[in-house]
Structures are given as C-alpha cells and as structure tokens.
Write a protein that binds this ligand. Structure first.
Ligand SMILES: Cc1ncc(COP(=O)(O)O)c(C=O)c1O
Length: 404
C-alpha cells in the first residue's frame, strides 16, 4: 500500500480520470438513505414473461450453457437473432458470420469501440449520451465529438431534435464513426426515417462507419423504429447493437448482441474475446426462445410501458415540469425551470436532484451528466417509468407536493 499512496501518479489512468464515480451510485445511495422512490436508474421493478424465465431454468437444469458457451454465442441464439432481424425488418443475416452475442449491449459497445477506434480517431455521439459511450471512446483512445440534440416544440409537443447541419459540420477527416442511439436515452427521441436517411447519406458520402445502439427498438410508443442498417448503402457500414435486457425486462441477464457485415463483426469479435470471452450461458438459450415468441409479447410490453409513460408524464406536467413526452425508451426528460427559480435552484438540475429526495421523496437524474456541454443540459432532469403502476402513482402524488 505504501508504494501506492506515496506515488505522485494517481491510480486511475488518465483516460478514465474524468469517470470516477457515476451519478447513479450517488443517487441510489441517496434513495437508500432517504427511503425515496428511485426513478433514477433504468431497470424494471418486475421481471419479464414467466415463460422466458422458465426457459432459463430449463436450460440451467438441462445443463445447457453451464460451461463456457461458444465465443460468438450459442448457435440457437445467433439463429434466433438473425431470424428476428429478418422477420421484423427484412434484414438477412448469416448467423455464423454476421451475429455476435455479447455480455449485454454494454459489452457490444465497448468491444465495437475498442475494435474500430484508434488513438486520434474522432467519434461523433449524440449528446446527451448514454454514459458508457464516453468511457468506451476514452478507453479506445478516441476523441468524442458531441452533437447536441436540441429541445424544440413542434405542433405543441416537446421533442429533442437532431440538427442535421450540426451533424454534418461535426464530421472531419479524422472522424472514424458515428455512434448513434435510437430510440434515444435519455431524451426519448426516436429518430424519424427522414432523419436517419440524412444520417445514412452523410455516412455514405464521407465513408463513415456507424455503430447504432438500438436496445430500445421494441419500446417505441409513437412512430416507428427504423433500423439504420435497412437504409440504402448502410448494410455494409453499420454495426447494430441490441439487447434482451430492455426488450424482455431481464436487465440482469446481460444478453446483448452486435450484428453487421462479416468484416465488422469479425473485428468486434476480436476485441470481445478478450473482454468477457463469453457470458450468460443458460440465459442465451432462454433469450433464443424469447426472440421466437409471437410479436404480441413485445407489443404487450410496449403498450404496458406506454401507459406508464403517460401516467408519469401527466403527473410531472401537473406538478409543474415542462415534459418532453418520450416517443420511446424507459425515460422521460423534463425541464425544471417552469417550477420557478427557487424550486429549480435557478434551473440547476444537479442541485434540484440532490434536494428532491428530502423535499418530496423521489430520486431523478440530472441530464447534465450525459453532456459535454453541461450548460446545454443544465435544466433537464430524467425520470424512469419502467416501474410498477402503484410506484409511479405514489411518485406522482409526492411530486404534486412540489406544485404546492
Ligand atoms: C442506450 C443504452 N445502451 C445500452 C444499454 C446497456 O444495455 P445492457 O444492459 O444490455 O448492457 C443501456 C442501458 O440502460 C442503454 O440505455
């Protein structure tokens, strides 16, 4: 220990220095200490379908996946993923060369960035971004180039919008790839076909790779999810990331995947084999079965979640927040400024979230943590609605106390 403490050099390497502890740890600790309802982190408080859970139990009992599964994932799951992409989106994939199973989408993101990015490369990411993006770009030695989604009101509805001119202007000769996320966490924006077509045109014109995180593909409440890989010219240059955690409400199982052209998937596999190598053996078999369930299952989960979105969104509006009603995901973003200067701490989401548990017994996350341009995110606060209706109702009634 003496050697560690006497060293002038910090233990955490400088690439990761800015990522000390996450806001989720701080806010969850605050929730535990105050007994507040935790609408901070995005995991459901009920498990997914019983038959999927039973499928995992069966696999475990039958001894399927209890030892190291194959590196790319068990064939049953890779085939089920390929069939899912064909059935839902008309995308034909070779399960042996174009599908890679990972330890959640998190590992797919890490492996993709470690495989595809070299020091000095620029990676464009939509800001606010899911927190692992920044850390993984840093671990790969890349430079992140945020393109900020802008808050707009269109036809009476608030939405965070991708400014295509800003995206175009962010591309430089050093740009290696665009890291896209739709449906988007934390804003709930679902990029439209027109927006995605413009992204595709730009990627083709500038010969860029795109890694697209589509883990909320089945949680779209308004509009449609358009997989980027289905657009003209994108099949060869897109790596698509999915996850069973969000689709089937088993976030603890950590079964994710990356799909794309054989060369892209081979590159990502090279990095992935030295991260976890393999994970989630029996759960892979269960997810293979889950992906073969009739669409009614995912439709049902989506409809259930839509009702929860509405419950929380309406409650937040009644409590005085300006609500960006999400078209997809688990999250609703709000602007706290309409609550007034005092309650909103002058529009400071950090101060607001730190005070909220004591003030009314609810935990939320300040969106500023997902921004490089902290000022652009300062007044926005994210609430998760993937919770039981009774929990959301209680949260809404507590939040109403804010309105006085
Ligand atoms: C946008 C996004 N990508 C990836 C993940 C991680 O997915 P997984 O749990 O499959 O690793 C999350 C989880 O919240 C997410 O919101």
């Amino acid at each position: 220990m003496a050697a560690m403490t006497s060293s002038a050099r910090p233990l955490l390497n400088r690439r990761l220095a800015e990522f000390g502890t996450t806001i989720f740890a701080e806010m969850s600790a605050l929730a535990a200490r105050t007994g507040a309802i935790n609408l901070g982190q995005g995991f459901p408080d009920t498990d997914g379908p019983e038959e999927v859970r039973e499928a995992a139990v069966r696999a475990l009992r039958d001894g399927r996946g209890n030892q190291y599964p194959p590196g790319p994932g068990v064939p049953e799951l890779r085939t089920a993923i390929a069939d899912h992409q064909r059935r839902r989106y008309g995308l034909a994939l070779d399960p042996d060369r174009e599908v890679l199973v990972t330890a959640g989408a998190t590992e797919a993101i890490a492996a993709a960035l470690l495989a595809l990015v070299e020091p000095g490369d620029e990676v464009i990411a939509l800001e606010p971004y899911y927190d692992s993006y920044a850390a993984c770009i840093a671990m790969a030695g890349g430079t992140r180039v945020p393109v900020t989604l802008r808050p707009r009101t269109e036809g009476g509805e608030r939405r965070f919008v991708l400014d295509l001119d800003e995206l175009r202007a962010a591309v430089t000769p050093r740009t290696r790839l665009i890291l896209l996320n739709t449906p988007h966490n934390p804003t709930g924006t679902v990029l439209t076909r027109a927006e995605l077509t413009a992204v595709a045109e730009l990627a083709c014109e500038r010969d860029l790779l795109v890694v697209t995180d589509e883990v909320y593909e089945h949680l779209v409440f308004d509009g449609e999810h358009v997989p980027l890989a289905t657009l003209e010219g994108m099949r060869e240059r897109t790596l698509t990331i999915g996850s069973a955690g969000k689709t089937f409400s088993f976030t603890g199982w950590k079964v994710g995947w990356a799909t794309g052209a054989p060369e892209l998937v081979a590159a990502v596999r090279s990095a992935k084999q030295f991260l976890t190598y393999v994970a989630s053996g029996p759960f892979q078999y269960a997810v293979a079965e889950a992906l073969r369930l009739p669409d009614a299952f995912t439709d049902g989960m989506r409809d259930d979640l839509r009702a929860k979105r509405d419950l929380l969104s309406e409650g937040l509006a009644a409590a005085g927040f300006a609500v960006y009603r999400p078209a997809g995901t688990y999250f609703v973003t709000t602007d706290i400024r309409p609550l007034g200067a005092e309650l909103s701490h002058g529009g400071d989401g950090f101060a607001f979230c730190r005070a909220l548990p004591e003030r009314c017994g609810v935990v939320a996350i300040p969106n500023a943590v997902f921004y490089d341009h902290r000022d652009a995110g300062a007044p926005f606060v994210r609430f998760a609605f993937c919770k039981r209706e009774s929990v959301l109702e209680e949260a809404v009634s507590r939040l109403k106390a804010l309105a006085g």
